[in-house]
Design a binder for this molecule. Structure first.
Ligand code: DC
Length: 222
């Protein structure tokens, strides 16, 4: 199977770019952030204080079934039998996802699912630690990045389109919080793999970014 690992900070455009790349090469797109988000959503709904009550998170995981379905080529997160895609993109869930992602047994719990997909499908998998820990032998590794301001601007536009009321400063602050926590956590931090290709999209349009990533893949895979 061909596995492409796409890592980078929040808002670098990973999911939009990965979807386009998946269409171009006929790969399955796997969004691992959505897995962390689904677990964070359940923790919030259950009133669990993620940062201080790891025991409650562990108990929650024992009672959780997380599945992935596909609808029109889009990944759907099925949490305990319910499609939660509509609920996992709010700023509150974004922060909680970053909080829950620092917990080692949460990462371990998801690792099996992530690797199972990579073994079964030609895929492009996006996340923070795909090239460094989830798929260290991925055929192509790409580290997608952009300045914090450019990323916050793009994320704001996405949220506004979805009707979420939020300011640029709030989005930027939330992004900087996540950047720091995702990069500084002890287990599997956000980090460029030594053999990853860097794609900086600060000055690029979406089409240019997609072309850049496709060119990297073609060059490596041939
Ligand atoms: O990619 P995203 O914004 O949907 O991810 C949400 C959070 O999940 C992110 O802040 C960190 C965490 N995450 C992670 O730690 N490892 C991954 N492979 C994917 C996401």
């Amino acid at each position: 199977m061909i596995n492409v690992a796409l890592d980078g900070p929040s808002g670098a455009g990973k999911s939009t770019i990965a979807k386009a790349v998946a269409r171009t090469f006929d790969y399955i797109y796997i969004d691992t952030g959505a897995m962390f988000r689904s677990l964070a959503f359940k923790a919030l709904e259950s009133g669990i204080d993620i940062a201080s009550d790891y025991e409650a998170v562990e108990k929650m995981l024992r009672e959780t079934v997380l599945d992935i379905a596909r609808e029109n080529g889009e990944q759907q997160m099925i949490l305990d039998g319910q499609n939660v895609n509509a609920f996992i993109r709010t700023p509150e869930v974004s922060k909680a996802a970053s909080d829950i992602a620092v917990i080692p047994f949460v990462r371990q719990w998801l690792l099996k699912t992530e690797r199972m997909f990579a073994e079964k499908y030609n895929c492009i998998m996006d996340g923070r630690d795909i090239g460094t820990s989830v798929l260290p032998n991925a055929d192509v590794k790409i580290f997608l990045t952009a300045s914090a301001e450019a990323r916050a601007k793009r994320r704001l536009a996405e949220l506004v389109e979805k009707g979420v009321e939020v300011s640029f400063d709030e989005v930027l602050a939330e992004m900087q919080y996540r950047d720091k926590q995702d990069s500084e956590r002890e287990i599997s931090p956000l980090k460029k793999a030594h053999d990853a290709h860097i794609a900086d999209t600060t000055e690029l349009t979406l089409d240019e970014s997609v072309n850049l990533v496709c060119d990297i893949i073609r060059k490596v895979i041939g």
